[in-house]
Design a protein. Sequence first.
Length: 382
Amino acid sequence: MTLVDPTSPYSFLNYLALHGRLYSFVNKRNASTSRQEFIEYYRWVAGRLKTLRFSEVVNDVIPFRDGYRISTNTTTYLARAVVVGVGVEPKIPACARSLLCGTLYHAADYLERPLPQAAEHVLVVGGGQSGAEITEDILTRSVSTQITWSTSRSNFFAIDDNSFVNEAYTPAYSRRFHALPLQQRRDIVEGEMLTSDGISVDLCNRLYEMLYERSVDGTLTDRFRVLPSVVVKGITSHKMGWRVDLDEIATQRNSCILVDRIVLATGFQPRTPPFLEALLEGACMEDGLPVLGPDYAVRFGRPVPGPIYLQNQSRVQHGLQSANLSLVAYRNSQIINSLLGRPFYLNTSGRQMIQVYATSDASERDAGVVAMRSTRQVSGGT
């Protein structure tokens, strides 16, 4: 919010000031905020916005006259444009989808489930932040619960976090990324995955220290095991627990383990509600993905009654930052500018510290020159 609209009354700094924590926040050694405080901040903003509607399920979005008719479980809206930002849903391996239950569940449900018992053998699948947090939580709460932590990665990698790497989460980088060929964009997303999908350095070090202490008292070997470079290929019920079939990536060997509980820290994927598939019918596609403009407008091969903007589903189109909270205000400002047909929000993106060779068009984009188009042109362009 602050980077796009510094004077907004909804900024985090204003939130801290109104709640009497601004000086305390500045004085504490760690300038980051906790998840709990972030939740409270979002709740505070939401409570001050009278146009928000909660607990409404969108059933259908269909063209209607010069716009769209949106039907929900409670009412109907008419709109000239539609911005879709439905978020993500847990990514469940195919072999586990029909087996989800009280002892096999996604990390998103971890806090809603009873804690593992002391005599249980728990398999945590996934080498990212969620898998690490769950492993730490179990280690902290129980010294006797047996834990197996598996990942398809070759190690438990920390998040790649430095000032140069974080240039990937700036507006200028996003615009340059958007102009690249599709395959190059795919390669960059894969190569930069650890800039958003690694474990925090502090958590890595805490976990290592906890395991070291267990190695000192002799409880590590029997109660904790790490399985890097493995993929879960099958899950079947076995007595009161589970048999898990594994493929070892490095050796191409197969193995299996017997566990009592499985926690799937396997990440999230874009959610595609039924109405979205119908809404995107006729959209220009690129290797199975809808083509999006720099303003997140879907490009169609036919005239449409109004623009449709798609958020949270454009990782390959706009880069990893497209689903990252750090640029959510910037993304929204681009959509608002596009809807209004004028730069209501000024371009405050600045220039990147890392300069690259580019075509003249890309150079202009990097310099912050964004051509504004009318709403009708955005919706009908190909």
